[in-house]
Design a protein around this ligand. Structure first.
Ligand code: COA
Length: 330
């Protein structure tokens, strides 16, 4: 379905990364892996890990507060809080309600959005619909995950993820800048290529299920690679068509950060010079829903993104879920 959402833009960004660092060298000391393999295949040198007293909502609230400050508005002006996460604090209530309380943003409606690594991208589109329809003026969208809590630290798959949160404030904008197009997709036939089998209604946290380690994520890395390099180029091509742009019009691509190999192959397939593909997985690994907003905040705060730059967002996540969107920066 074609979607043209105009006059919605991002007016504030924020992020929060926990202080504790797990380097590749540290992981070499606990599982059978190597710094060289991780850097060559995934592009990761280190990742951040939440402290025992930090839940996803703590990271999310810090990132959210920074985004509100950057937008120059007050907490009371936020109409809607969306938290995109695959690692909520609890099954109930939503992490967004916990964040609302931590921010004291009591004028806001709050709900979670579940699309795993595509969560922030799906959230951008969701937030934009509320603003484009004038239902709400300011939406605080947060992507936050603490995958360290669903990681089996005795397996070599522990190298992939890190903890972190990023946020953006969206509102109306005048003129022709702002979001130009969104394309979102889902395919539940791929549902178990990345999954956390335990902790929900199917496999509750019984002693037996915990002994089977069902509370940890399971991933088919090869399927992730094959799917990502197929669906992201397709989504990018479709979103550019909807926005009436060519790949040469893109100033920066801010993608989800699954692995350096996936991003290099994607850039090759879509014909975008890799210098235009932004990355930070070397420092933070894959922070799932946090990747895009953390990177966006870094580029925004460093002044790298300029007014009228055309930015391409793209992500793929468990579900499968995937998509792309284009914004003309204001
Ligand atoms: C992970 C990935 C690099 C593995 O590549 P692959 O060709 O599918 O690799 P395989 O799983 O068959 O493993 C090949 C070799 O790589 C090495 N290897 C795999 N995982 C490793 C790890 N965590 N640490 C060190 N070496 C590893 C091993 O030598 C392995 O051989 P072995 O199984 O005989 O020990 C690739 O599938 C990929 O990039 N997937 C995307 C994963 C991803 O992005 N996940 C995060 C988002 S959900």
């Amino acid at each position: 379905m074609k979607q043209f959402v105009k006059k919605v833009s991002i007016v504030g960004t924020g992020s929060y990364l926990p202080e504790k660092i797990y380097t590749n060298q540290y992981l070499e000391s606990i599982v059978s892996t190597s710094d060289q393999w991780i850097q060559e295949n995934l592009g990761i040198k280190e990742r951040r890990i939440a402290s025992p007293n930090q839940a996803t909502s703590d990271l999310a609230a810090q990132a959210g507060l920074a985004a509100i400050k950057s937008a120059g508005i007050s907490v009371n002006e936020i109409d809607l809080i969306i938290v995109a996460t695959a690692t909520p604090d609890r099954l109930a209530p939503s992490t967004a309600c916990i964040v609302q309380d931590k921010l004291k943003a009591y004028n806001a409606v709050a709900f979670d959005l579940s699309a795993v690594c595509s969560g922030f991208l799906f959230g951008l589109s969701t937030a934009a619909q509320f603003i484009a329809s004038s239902v709400y003026k300011y939406v605080l969208l947060i992507g936050a995950d603490t995958f360290s809590r669903i990681t089996d630290w005795s397996q070599r798959e522990c190298v992939f993820f890190g903890d972190g949160a990023g946020a953006a404030v969206l509102t109306h904008t005048e003129g022709n800048a702002g979001f130009l197009a969104f394309k979102l997709y889902s395919d539940g036939r791929g549902k178990f290529n990345f999954t956390v089998p335990g902790g929900g209604s199917e496999n509750p946290l019984t002693r037996e299920n915990i002994e089977k380690k069902l509370q940890y994520f399971e991933m088919n890395g090869r399927e992730v690679y094959n799917t990502a390099t197929k669906v992201i180029p397709m989504a990018v091509s479709e979103v550019l068509k909807d926005a009436n742009l060519s790949i040469d019009d893109i100033d920066f691509m801010i993608p989800h950060q699954p692995s350096i190999r996936i991003l290099k192959e994607t850039a090759r397939l879509i014909g975008l010079p890799f210098e235009k593909v932004m990355t930070n997985m070397d420092r933070y690994a894959n922070t799932s829903a946090g990747t895009i907003p953390i990177l966006l905040d870094e580029l925004n705060k460093s002044g790298k993104i300029k007014k009228n730059n055309i930015i391409l967002f793209a992500a793929v996540g468990s579900g499968w879920t995937w998509g792309a969107s284009v914004i003309k920066w204001t």
